[in-house]
Write a protein that binds this ligand. Structure first.
Ligand code: MRU
Ligand code: ZN
Length: 215
């Protein structure tokens, strides 16, 4: 399938929007993070952030279009995100995913380390769980956590084994989160809901500890 220039520019514009929103929250420290929007399924093609860029800025060289093997679909000097393969795995395992966002935050790193022993973080009875598209009363969600393998194919394969359509995200230990959705709006909502839940839980543990320690 040929992606038109209009489709490509539209995806780049929407990536700009998501990127600036997350940048305002300081979710891209030290050039970390990567974002993608799917353009076609058969064959898989998606627009993805170029590697190593300052994601708090906009430039004409921020994005490129790649295929399911993380290869640029046309000649370019830009290098796709080092973690492009993770996006490809998300799109393959969750066919309804149309956008996939990755950020490093202190809260997602703390939760990923604290619960790595269980390889999952669970939380129940929080209103923001509805932000993940889960509406049942007193719902409990479980977010899988994988080891932070430096080898990206190994990391992608670990992610492939644990992600499910029920919970639109996965934590990487002491690294960050990947969240996706069936639109860029949904992927953003999911990412924000996850980050709220992580921060809430980490702060709750701190407060509870302080209350127990108080005379
Ligand atoms: C600069 S630390 C972060 C990187 O190692 C990586 O995890 C990351 O999120 C950004 O890599 P990138 O290749 O720019 O997409
Ligand atoms: Zn990363």
């Amino acid at each position: 399938m040929t992606i038109t220039l209009e489709q490509r520019l539209d995806a780049f514009r929407r990536l700009d929007e998501a990127k600036l929103t997350f940048a305002r929250r300081d979710w891209f420290p030290g050039t970390s993070g990567n974002l993608s929007i799917k353009l076609s399924d058969e064959p898989l093609q998606f627009a993805v952030t170029a590697s190593g860029k300052d994601k708090t800025k906009l430039s004409p060289e921020d994005y490129l279009v790649v295929d399911g093997n993380s290869q640029p679909v046309e000649p370019t000097a830009l290098k796709p995100s080092a973690e492009t393969l993770v996006h490809a795995v998300v799109y393959r395992v969750i066919p309804t995913a149309k956008a996939c966002f990755h950020v490093h935050t202190v809260w997602n790193n703390l939760i990923s380390e604290l619960y790595f022993g269980q390889r999952a973080f669970s939380i129940q009875g929080q209103e923001l769980i509805k932000g993940l598209g889960i509406w049942e009363e007193n719902a409990r969600i479980t977010v899988p956590i994988v080891e932070n393998f430096a080898d990206i194919p190994t990391l992608a394969s670990a992610i492939e084994k644990v992600i499910t359509p029920e919970v639109p995200g996965v934590l990487i230990r002491n690294h960050g989160i990947y969240a996706w959705g069936d639109s860029d709006f949904a992927a953003k909502r999911h990412l924000e809901a996850f980050e709220f839940l992580f921060e809430y839980h980490a702060r709750w543990l701190q407060l509870r500890q302080a209350a127990v320690a108080a005379p």
